[in-house]
Design a protein around this ligand. Structure first.
Ligand code: PLP
Length: 679
């Protein structure tokens, strides 16, 4: 109660994940650090300053979770906040008449931290969500400033804090625009509360904040209605207007008369509904802006924030994402970890670039056999798990072709569906030919309000119902939908995967991290030149991945010319057959029209150009089959991939953020281990 609940969407039924039902032994409430957060009210411009008054106050209760480092004698603290109604909530003069109702209304206040919005790459402009974002920002910034003031850096003057060193001691990394309110909130604290002058406050704010962009999909970018701010955060709205005015004055001075540029670069979007573009606010209020893979950072500079890049190119950076080798190798795949350690020692766990040393063993017959054996054991184990948990029986000697990630049109689970149907039709057409047996596993949650994503899940399970029960097909092709895909399931399925599906339309997946987890665990990648796939191909050599399809430039050229799905449908018989089957109810005999919306989308308004990559994808899957028939050559490619996956450690990523954005170096002083007497 009073703490975030996540919603788990499986197949097409959501279930609340009541993760605190049995309590949480890893966290400690810290009531001594509880803080007030203000909402609503009005702004008073008084002779002795600006005051935000008549607000509603909600308390933020901190909960601390220790985060131990791996064998480094360091434990960090993760501080989460829970909303709590103040004792006098609604009990002031007006409401004493209805005591019972006032107590019941406490729930309303505590709803702020009740539930996490489950969207992925989609902005939903709900007031409760805006309240959540401000709640976390306001509590965290008060906490930061309290700690700064109590440190030796902030307390020189007992009445007026010296904030000169604030940006040297504090770094606020805006992980997407969700905490963007940090910028106006810092300004409010500095100007209204600490009585700093505006320009000084702006300089300190800018040097403290940095912004990481996570997507270029327009439907994912936060654009809050001004009307919501007027009501909920009136002072922050004034501050945002003032920030925007100074910013536009600056742009106007650089580009006299360029009205369209001012419109494009404004934080405020005019229209039927006036909105605040939070990404623009972040770019203006930060000293560094980064994308999460090289290709994505280039798109950030050249299209999404081009106008901003033109003015301040030095602020734009790249920080390619990474994954932690402790969870995504040592913990989830001890078998693979062990045989690597036998060859190169254990240092790769804290310096993943050392995996390069495995290149010496690409032709080592014993190591090739060991790597193949560990993979087979992981496949056996995962097969047993599916039998035990879901009574699903799969063939552990078939190729495990795995496509797990959130269900989204841009991630193109539908392209995978078309491949499955194509394989099915080929086996039906020529059942005597030999085929590489495949188990295609697709998993992922659909956002509860995303109708197309839910239809995609329904299509996957419907294709499975037909394919898995067709006696002509037998063991050669199976389709499994992995329900309730989550980290604990990822830890089981990824070590068992042979083939990793990373097939987003080029230019749409900012980085991806699933792609890295598979590479590190000895799966080969079939993928487009998108996100971090580009750098994976660069590290391992393009010939060691199965790269297919349009590049970003091809997609851009096609957008100029106009994408015509029907062209591909008319020209490619196997594609036409698959689409006709989906459209005619072959996979939904009980409701032949069920997938009309999917077919209509693919044929007439597919933003992600599934048909344009169909032929290249099918051909590339043929090359996957060819290599899989040669287990020794397959495993050699696997070893090359593992050896070249070192770049994708989050240790490398964090070191780059520290050096190039926060201006800190890893501590040279290693904390010695405690001297624990042995028995
Ligand atoms: C890593 C991970 C993701 C991200 O996967 P992508 O393929 O990069 O989209 C999503 N969900 C879970 C449970 C993960 O472990």
């Amino acid at each position: 109660e009073g703490t975030l609940v996540c919603w788990e969407a499986s197949v097409n039924v959501e279930e609340a994940d009541d993760w605190l039902r049995y309590g949480n032994p890893w966290e400690k409430a810290r009531p001594e650090y509880m803080l007030p957060v203000h909402f609503y009210g009005r702004v008073d411009h008084t002779p002795d300053g600006i005051k935000w008054v008549d607000t509603q106050v909600i308390l933020a209760m901190p909960y601390d979770t220790p985060v131990p480092g791996y064998k480094n004698n360091t434990v960090n603290t993760m501080r989460l906040w829970s909303a709590k109604a103040p004792n006098d909530f609604n009990l002031e003069e007006f409401n004493v008449g209805d005591y019972i109702q006032a107590v019941l209304d406490r729930n309303l206040a505590e709803n702020i931290s009740r539930v996490l919005y489950p969207n992925d790459n989609f902005f939903e402009g709900k007031e409760l969500r805006l309240k959540q974002e401000y709640f976390v920002v306001a509590a965290t910034l008060q906490d930061i400033i309290r700690r700064f003031k109590s440190s030796k850096f902030g307390c020189r003057d007992p009445v007026r804090t010296c904030f000169e060193t604030f940006p040297d001691k504090v770094a606020i990394q805006l992980n997407d625009t969700h905490p963007a309110l940090s910028i106006p909130e810092l300004m409010r604290i500095f100007v209204d509360v600490e009585h700093m002058d505006w320009d000084k406050a702006w300089d300190i704010t800018k040097r403290t904040c940095a912004y990481t962009n996570h997507t270029v999909l327009p439907e994912a970018l936060e654009r809050w209605p001004v009307s919501m701010f007027e009501k909920l955060l009136p002072r922050h709205l004034e501050i945002i207007y003032a920030i925007n005015q100074k910013h536009l004055d600056h742009v106007a001075a650089l580009y006299p008369g360029d009205i369209d540029r001012l419109r494009r670069m404004s934080v405020i979007e005019e229209g039927d509904c006036k909105r605040i573009n939070m990404a623009h606010l972040c770019v203006i209020g930060s000293h560094a802006i980064n994308g999460v893979a090289r290709i994505h950072s280039e798109i950030v500079k050249n299209s999404v924030f081009k106008d901003f890049y033109d003015i301040e190119p030095e602020k734009f950076q790249n920080k390619t994402n990474g994954i932690t080798p402790r969870r995504w190798l040592l913990l989830c795949n001890p078998g693979l970890s062990d045989i690597i350690a036998e060859k190169i020692g254990e240092d790769f766990l804290t310096d993943l670039s050392q995996l390069k040393k495995l290149l010496d063993f690409v032709d080592d017959e014993a190591f090739i056999r060991d790597v193949a054996k560990v993979k087979q054991e992981n496949k056996q184990k995962f097969s047993a798990y599916l039998v035990e948990q879901y009574k699903v029986k799969i063939n552990p000697s078939s190729m495990f072709d795995v496509h797990v990630k959130r269900i989204h049109e841009y991630k193109r689970q539908l392209l995978n569906c078309l491949h499955i149907i194509t394989l099915y039709n080929r086996i039906r057409k020529d059942p005597k030919k030999s085929y590489v047996p495949r188990t295609v596993m697709i998993g992922g949650k659909a956002a509860p309000g995303y109708h197309m994503a839910k239809m995609i899940i329904k299509l996957i399970t419907s294709i499975g119902d037909v394919v898995n029960n067709d006696p002509y097909i037998g063991e050669r092709l199976k389709v499994i939908f992995l329900e309730n895909y989550r980290v604990s399931l990822a830890e089981k399925v990824i070590p068992a995967a042979d083939l990793s599906e990373q097939i987003s339309t080029a230019g749409t997946e900012a980085s991806g991290t699933g792609n890295m987890k598979f590479m590190l665990n000895g799966a080969l990648t079939i993928g487009t030149m998108d996100g971090a796939n580009v750098e994976m191909a660069e590290e391992a050599g393009e010939e060691n991945l199965f790269i297919f399809g349009m590049r970003v430039e091809d997609v851009e050229a096609m957008d100029k010319k106009g994408y015509n799905a029907k062209e591909y449908y008319d020209r490619i018989p196997e594609l036409r057959q698959a689409i006709d089957q989906i459209n005619s109810g072959f996979f939904s005999p009980d409701d032949p029209g069920r997938f009309r919306d999917i077919v209509n989308m693919l044929m007439y308004h597919d933003r992600f150009k599934v048909f344009a990559d169909y032929e290249a994808y099918i051909k590339c899957q043929g090359q996957v089959d060819q290599l899989y028939m040669n287990p020794r050559e397959w495993t050699k490619k696997v070893i090359k991939n593992i050896a070249c996956s070192g770049k994708f450690s989050s240790d490398r990523t964090i070191t780059e953020y520290a050096r190039e954005i926060w201006g800190v170096e890893p501590s040279a002083v290693k904390i010695p281990p405690p001297n624990i007497p042995r028995e």
